[in-house]
Design a protein around this ligand. Structure first.
Ligand code: NAD
Ligand code: UGA
Length: 487
């Protein structure tokens, strides 16, 4: 590991070199050039990628930051033990997915990775450490970890802080550079307050003091879950209204605008969609609801569980609408899926609505032509396999093909389904696409990013989320376009 200098003002390490650990530490390294930062991971593949020209995560602006700081004061390594021993502060940014088995399966957070990192720290540390929870964790995890670490330490003291991450994928560099707030939770003891001050000092290199918020440990841990729950709740709320718009003739974008202009409500996160995806919203709400149940708060758990249920319904509703609009029969019909990532500007496919929609369409034995500018074929194939997307006994190549551009995907297709809101989909030559499709040619815009009026003029049958056209979803109802669209 090449070192730019021998003396550092402070040394920080981060366990977990994923979507959060890599970008977060890269920005810290950029603004704290006198601090040495080592990002470690048990995955050799992941670390090799961080040390290569093809980073393991796609994030606009990340390549430039990495080029500036890598091997200057940011280092990537698999030598977890040496990094723990060398550094004073240790961020833990390992994945905390939903548990798949045992108590709380399907709801509780799996803390296996967190606990194994904590045990490792306790085992190899030879001097006092500040351990920072960067991962999203259930409330009171810090107390459990303190016990695990104390029981395994060799005369070394640990101070645990909570410092949840609020970045969103696709905008991570901006979110990390100019966050709305940085949240630090710590014990209300002398050593706890000193540790909080040390972490706040790091952030103060680039973040205004008034945006660095300090709380007790439990408030910080809980705030992260609540922030995600509130954000997801807004999407489920507007998605629920999108269904009502479709049957009443209201337009969900007009409703969202009108409602969002009330400053008490605000305009953000009101884009109706095929449904939210991503590795965190669903897992964090399920985790929050599970916690509530654990503490006997069933009504609170029910309330939050409905946000996830509404999202599941929206994804299913989108696919069902596609089938019924195409005369209840999509068997053997080629359907172009525009986008596979869970949102634009990322290659991340975790919990992407693409998988739910694909599964539903494949149950009807459609043929899917997949295209995404940042998701590779191998990833799509793995996702299909891991999420049981293919009907029993069917092979990927029998029911799907991965294409290299959207025109190829749509050639000979009966329908296009816009799943991800990539900007490029709004500027394609839709006349050319229409000319090469089967007729009637359908577009199901799951993101409301296309110019529906022009598409209708070209001849497409357009179905969008929460729009007053294309409402004829029952087989005996005609496809409906309001007269003003034909003027
Ligand atoms: P990720 O899966 O991309 O990365 C986690 C990394 O941790 C992996 O590379 C894995 O190999 C490594 N790891 C697991 N156990 C380890 C161990 N014991 N020692 C060393 N390395 C280990 O996950 P992520 O998306 O970066 O999320 C990390 C945490 O941050 C999660 O709790 C998540 O909820 C939270 N979070 C994620 C986002 C996001 O946008 N992805 C945003 C905010 C918070
Ligand atoms: C989200 C939060 O925004 C972050 O603050 C948080 O740190 C992160 O989860 C996390 O804990 O992992 P992320 O999932 O990366 O970030 O992306 P979002 O922009 O929140 O989008 C999530 C999903 O909601 C995407 O599928 C997106 O397309 C969808 N969405 C978003 C909508 O359908 N409508 C909207 O108005 C906004």
């Amino acid at each position: 590991m090449a070192e730019a200098k021998e003396t550092w003002e402070y040394k920080v390490c981060c366990i977990g070199a994923g979507y959060v650990g890599g970008p977060t530490m890269a920005i810290m390294a950029k603004y704290c050039p006198s601090v040495k930062i080592i990002v470690v991971d048990i995955s050799q593949r992941q670390i090799d990628a961080w040390n290569s020209n093809k980073l393991p995560v796609y994030e606009p602006g990340l390549d430039e930051v990495i080029a500036e700081v890598r091997d200057r004061n940011l280092f990537f390594s698999t030598d977890v033990d040496s990094a723990i021993q060398e550094c004073d502060m240790i961020f833990v940014s390992v994945n905390t997915p939903t548990k798949h088995q045992g108590v709380g399966a399907g709801r509780a957070a799996n803390l296996k990775n967190w606990e194994s990192a904590a045990r490792r720290i306790a085992k190899v540390a030879t001097k006092p450490k500040i351990v920072v929870e960067k991962s999203t964790l259930p409330v009171r995890t810090a107390a459990a970890m303190q016990q695990v670490m104390q029981a395994n330490q060799h005369g070394v003291s640990f101070e645990i802080l909570s410092n949840p991450e609020f970045l969103a994928e696709g905008t991570a560099i901006n979110d990390l550079t100019k966050p709305d707030r940085v949240l630090i939770g710590g014990a209300q003891t002398k050593s706890g307050k000193e540790a909080v001050a040390k972490l706040a000092w790091l952030y103060a290199h680039w973040i205004p003091q008034e945006r660095i918020v300090t709380t007790n440990l439990w408030s910080s841990e809980l705030s992260k879950l609540v922030a995600n729950a509130f954000l997801a709740q807004r999407i489920s709320s507007i998605n629920s209204i999108s269904a009502l718009c479709e049957v009443t003739g209201a337009d969900v974008q007009e409703v969202a605008r009108a409602v969002g202009m009330d400053r008490r409500i605000g305009p953000y996160f009101l884009n109706a969609s095929v449904g939210f995806g991503g590795s965190c919203f669903q897992k964090d709400i399920l985790n929050l609801a599970y916690l509530c149940e654990t503490f006997g708060l069933k009504e609170v758990a029910d309330y939050w569980n409905h946000v996830v249920r509404m999202n599941d319904w929206q994804k299913q509703r989108f696919a069902t609408k596609m089938v019924s609009a195409m005369f209840g029969n999509i068997t053997g019909k080629r359907i172009a899926m525009f986008g596979f990532a869970f949102k634009k500007d990322t290659g991340d496919t975790r919990e992407t609505p693409a998988l739910s929609v694909a599964k539903h369409l494949l149950q009807e034995r459609a043929f899917l032509a997949l295209y995404d500018p940042k998701v590779e074929e191998e990833q799509m194939r793995n996702d299909f396999a891991e999420n049981n997307v293919l009907p029993e006994g069917c092979r990927f190549d029998d029911l799907a093909v991965v294409t290299s551009d959207p025109y190829e995907a749509a050639r000979g297709a009966h329908a296009i389904a816009v799943i991800t809101e990539w900007n490029m989909f709004a500027t394609l030559d839709y006349q050319k696409i229409y000319d090469n499709m089967e007729k009637p040619a359908y577009i199901f815009d799951g993101r409301n990013i296309l110019d529906h009026k022009s598409l209708i003029k070209i001849g497409f049958r357009v179905y969008a989320i929460g729009k007053p056209y294309g409402v004829g979803t029952k087989m005996d109802e005609a496809y409906h376009v309001p007269p003003e669209f034909l003027e």
